[in-house]
Ligand binder design. Sequence first.
Ligand code: GLN
Length: 191
Amino acid sequence: MKIGILALQGDFELHGRMLSTLSVDADYIRKPDQLNSCHGLIIPGGESTTLIKLMRGAGLFEAISSFAKDKPVFGTCAGLIVLATDLINYNLDTLGLIDLSVERNAYGRQLDSFIDSIEIRIDGKTDFFEGVFIRAPKIVAIGESVKVLGTHGDDMVLAESEQVFVASFHPELTDDVRIHQYFVDKIRKSR
Ligand code: GLN
């Protein structure tokens, strides 16, 4: 199995480190044809506006849209914004691959960045995970096709649809590989 990591901007190398811990091959994606050999794709955190501009410039906006028709995609933080159908407080054309509404930079200035325990429910088990939030977006509404897998208080912070998996925090900034492992398993199940 090989997983592509969009490498135009943001903390893509840290996702590479997670995949290498899991002994999964990774490719840093900068051109559309690199996607052909990938079984899944990670869109990292960074700056969503810049990310989308660079994706368009590289021909990757359209390429990722068609890739996601039959292959799983995982977005963290800015990657979540890029994948959402609806960005409520900013005028930006997103990929619209998971039916959820998201608010950008939703935690305000004082709380721009914080670390707190979040509750995750994967594979029928409830557990805790260290949530690293950096100028994080908030998922404010979800469609029927979306299932919530993690919460921080009342906020939804981890969610999935059939093909798309999103986190508003940064699991790649911890040494805990469970979230990446879940994505690897999601790809395995979809093949
Ligand atoms: N604030 C960024 C944005 O709106 C996201 C931050 C992140 O990815 N850590 O795009």
